[in-house]
Design a protein around this ligand. Structure first.
Ligand code: MCA
Ligand code: AMP
Length: 522
């Protein structure tokens, strides 16, 4: 075997005229055509002097071409570094520079902004727009549609996925071919995927969930996908009767439940609904079963580990739990101070080990050794317990993290921007319950003595530096932040104080407003 990930996920479907991607407007891309397109792109990469192990950073809209770029990287042995399309130039520049990208692929609209960094790094810059146009495809079209796959081993890197850090600096999780392949094969088997499955794909493809779970599992099984550009509840309802599986974040399921046409009849051809990336409320689980007769299968993973646990396909899918360890994955709950495994169902920190667990953080050996033990266990930062039947319950986190609509937001990153604004003495950013997104962001600001911070200007600064989904939906000015005897800010006190800020019925439209609510509490 020369390139395990390419051979097992992609090459084995070559010569198959069967559909891989079903696209809007009724068009279909077969496996063979997809692989031809990817091969053409792989030629562009090698002719641009990219070598095995070089990084390619892509901030591109979801499209069949964007997915073919991932396949091209695997085939050419290039490490794929996908980036959220919502990231600002500031954010993207950090990832590109830290990851030392040798090629940047972006939408034409971002070309000028990113040319500064590509010039500085000596990286190639290609464009790829959401409709498949751009320089990458212009060059690819002139290339042969067969490419001689570059040899790689299971230990070689396939992807570098950035995940934010509690100190504010994002870390690149190094994922090997073996990490991705083992997880895709395990999940395809556990979730009983067959070549007849049709996955309704409405997730973004720049994160683990949409790319390394949904797409890789489909590929591992030789199944096909209805490939939607983004989540749109009406489209999901329109296509549901043509599909067999849906994977989504909890917001997908709460929005489906709000749709008047979503019922038992519409879902009668579906065999599986998978939820992850954020906690699924037990209440949603129950309502979903009442409405459709299906029990959602919840699973648990991380950027660093892909998937660790899953509720069983055949056994009991237990609401409020993330299920049992996947085959080959060890899960334990330990004492955060001593690292000792806790007995019974005691609450502690969750650690995981297995072929899915990453190789470490890109050029951050200290962070790697702090979180990845020498015996292979990774300290997840999540807290929970394992019940008497072996089901894992996630009950908290020892990392300061907000999960909004399945996107992770690290408060520190926002606090750094708020603290730097004129008139701001300090700030604390918290997540509060939100009906649609699970959690949403509130920024609490303390003014410098005698000053009144200009909240509009502060939001302008936030807009320039941070992706829209990270923006506080409410800014509040307080006289001081609550602190404990060690002078540490008590975010739990703030969370309690603001817990109902978005809990009214009309709060569901909160994230669609373009600004933040401004409020002064003095
Ligand atoms: C969009 N907006 C958001 C979010 N998404 N704000 C907060 N949180 C969000 N998640 C903002 C937009 O900037 C816009 O702002 C307004 O909300 C509406 O934008 P729109 O594009 O219409 O968004 P949407 O359709 O409402 O999107 C919500 C969504 C989407 C469908 C929940 O965020 C989504 O697809 N989430 C999936 C994320 C994901 O794949 N996570 C997996 C990470 P305005 O209009 O005001 O400018 S991988 C992972 O977590 C691990 C490994 C795992 O276990 O899977
Ligand atoms: P990330 O790796 O940044 O995408 O986020 C991983 C984190 O998302 C985990 O450490 C958990 O805190 C959270 N997470 C993922 N899946 C679930 C789930 N099913 N239930 C609760 N939290 C989850």
């Amino acid at each position: 075997m020369t390139n395990p990930l390419f051979d097992q996920l992609f090459a084995k479907h070559n010569g198959m005229g069967k559909p891989f991607l079903r696209l809007g407007g009724g068009s279909v891309l077969s496996y063979v055509d997809f692989l031809g397109l990817a091969a053409q792109m792989a030629h562009v990469l090698t002719q641009s002097s990219l070598k095995p192990g070089d990084r390619l950073a892509a901030q591109v809209q979801k499209s069949p071409e964007a997915l073919a770029l991932y396949s091209a990287c695997v085939q050419a042995g290039v490490v794929f570094l996908p980036l959220n399309t919502a990231y600002t130039t500031d954010e993207v520049s950090y990832f590109i520079e830290d990851g030392g990208a040798r090629m940047i692929v972006c939408d034409m609209k971002a070309e000028e902004a990113l040319s500064t960094i590509s010039d500085r790094l000596g990286a190639c810059l290609e464009t790829l727009n959401g409709d498949g146009t751009g320089t990458l495809m212009e060059n690819a079209r002139m290339m042969p549609d067969v490419f001689s796959t570059v040899a790689r081993s299971a230990d070689d890197l396939a992807a570098l996925l950035y995940t934010s850090g509690t100190t504010g600096r994002s870390k690149g999780a190094m994922l090997s071919q073996g990490n991705l392949l083992s997880n895709a094969e395990t999940l395809a088997k556990e979730w009983r995927f067959t070549p007849d499955d049709v996955l309704l794909h409405a997730l973004p493809i720049f994160h683990t969930h949409g790319l390394l779970v949904a797409t890789n599992v489909t590929l591992a099984a030789g199944a096909s996908m209805i490939f939607l550009p983004k989540f749109d509840v009406d489209q999901l309802v329109d296509f549901m009767q043509d599909a067999t599986v849906l994977m989504g974040v909890p917001t997908f399921y709460t929005r489906l439940l709000d749709h008047p046409c979503f019922d038992r009849k519409l879902t009668s051809g579906m065999r599986l609904f998978v939820s992850g990336s954020a906690p699924l409320l037990a209440e949603t689980h129950v309502q979903f079963e009442d409405r459709t007769g299906h029990r959602i299968l919840e699973r648990y993973g991380m950027t660093e580990t892909n998937m660790n646990t899953s509720n069983p396909y055949d056994g009991e899918r237990r609401a409020g739990t993330v299920g049992l360890p996947l085959p080959g994955v060890d899960v334990k709950v330990t004492d955060p101070d001593t690292g000792a495994t806790l007995p019974g169902s005691d609450l502690g920190q969750i650690e995981v080990r297995g072929p899915n667990v990453f190789k470490g953080y890109w050029q951050m050996s200290e962070k790697t050794s702090a979180e990845l033990r020498s015996d292979g266990f990774f300290i997840t930062g999540d807290h929970g317990k394992i019940d008497a039947d072996g089901y894992l319950h996630i009950l908290g986190r020892n990392k300061d993290l907000i999960i909004s609509g399945g996107y992770n937001i690290y408060p520190k990153e926002i606090e750094l921007v708020l603290d730097a604004q004129p008139g701001v003495k300090e700030s604390a950013v918290i997540g509060v319950p939100h009906r649609d997104l699970g959690e949403t962001v509130i920024g609490v600001i303390v003014a410098e003595t005698g000053q009144l911070p200009d909240l509009d200007r502060i939001m302008e600064a936030v807009r320039t530096s941070l992706a829209r989904f990270k923006h506080p939906r409410k800014l509040v000015v307080c006289p001081e932040l609550p602190r404990n005897t060690m002078a540490k800010v008590q975010k739990n006190v703030l969370r309690e104080e603001f817990k109902d800020a978005f809990h009214t019925d009309d709060a569901g439209v909160g994230p669609r407003r373009s600004g933040a609510d401004m409020e002064t509490l003095c």
